[in-house]
Write a protein that binds this ligand. Sequence first.
Ligand SMILES: Cc1ncc(COP(=O)(O)O)c(C=O)c1O
Ligand SMILES: C[C@H](O)[C@H](N)C(=O)O
Length: 338
Amino acid sequence: MFFASDNAAPCPPEVMAALSAVNQGFAMPYGNDAHTARAVDVIRTLFEAPEAAVYFVSTGTVANCLSLATVSPLWGAVFCHTNAHVQEDECGAPEVFTGGKLLLVPGAHGRMEPAALDKAIRAQKPGVVHSVQPGAVTLTNITEGGTLYSVAETRAIADVAKAHGLPLHLDGARFANAVAASGATPAELTWKAGVDIVSFGGTKGGLMGAEAVIFFNPEKAFEFELRRKRSGHLFSKTRYLAAQFEGWIEGGRWLDHARHANAMAARLAEGLAKIEGVTVAPEAAANILFVKLPAATVGRLREAGAVFYLRGDDYARLVTSWATTEEDCDRFIALASE
Ligand SMILES: Cc1ncc(COP(=O)(O)O)c(C=O)c1O
Ligand SMILES: C[C@H](O)[C@H](N)C(=O)O
C-alpha cells in the first residue's frame, strides 16, 4: 500500500532489460551514440514530430528549468498555476535557471483559468522598463491536483500565450497518464494544441531517473544544449538514459503502464467514495487522488503499513503507479471502511 508517489515505484522489467542490453561494450559519450539516436527517433515518431529536437536529462526539475530558461529571457516572467510544481516543489530552481520570476495564475482543480492567465500577463506592463516582461507560460499535465487539461483546455491556454507572443511549456512529469486519461495522441495533447516544449517524464512512469525534453521547433535547441552542459546536466553516458525510453516506449508499454496506474486510482476512488465520512476530491483524472479521511482512519491505515502524504487540509494524497496492484487498493479500501 505504497501511495506516497509514483516516483517510489521500482523500474518495470523492460526498463531493466533495456539497461542490461545497452550495457554492452563501448559507445561514444555525451549522446553521440546509436542508442541515443534511436531513442530520439522513437520519441519523434511517438509525437509525430520528425523535426523535433529531443534531449535526455535525469530529473523533471531540471527538464522544466532548462526548458524555461531557454525560452524565457533573464528579465522574463514565467506564468504558472498557483500550485504548480515549478512553484511549490523545485526550491526556486526555475527562478535560478531563468533569472526571472514565476507569476502565479489561479484556476480551479489545478488548471490555470485562461482569462486569469490573460489578466496576469497584461498586468506585467509589457514595454515598461520597471516591470518584468512576459517570458513564457508553463502548464502541468496531469496537473499537481491530479486533473487533466483536455486538448481543448490545452488549446485555450495556448491561445492566450500565443496572443501575447509567449511560448508554452508543458511539464509532462505524468504526461503518459495524461495521454491515457485523455484518449488523445501525444501530438494532439501537445504541439497540435499549441504546446512548444514538453518535459516528457519517464521517472513517474517507472524509468530510473530519465526525462526527455522535446522542442517541437528546434530553433533554440542548441541554446538548450549549452545550458544543459553549463549546468552540469549533460550525461556523459547518455545511452543509459536513452535506452530506458526505448525500452519503455517500445510496444506501447509506456501507455499500458499509465493506463494501469490510472485504473488503480479509479479503483481506489470508487471504493473509497462508498465509505461514510470519506470524501474523494472531484476531477481526479489519472493516478493522483486527494481523499479526506477521518484522523482515526489515517492512523489505522498507517499502522497497517500504508504510506501516503497528508496535505495541509488533511486530504491524503494517494498516487498509484505501474506497480500498484488491485490487492493494494482493495486492502486500503477495506482498512478505510473498518
Ligand atoms: C508535476 C511534477 N513536475 C516535475 C517534477 C520534478 O521531478 P523530479 O522530482 O524528478 O525533479 C515532479 C516530481 O515528482 C512532479 O510531480
Ligand atoms: C511532490 C514531489 O516533489 C514529487 N513531485 C511527487 O509528486 O511525489
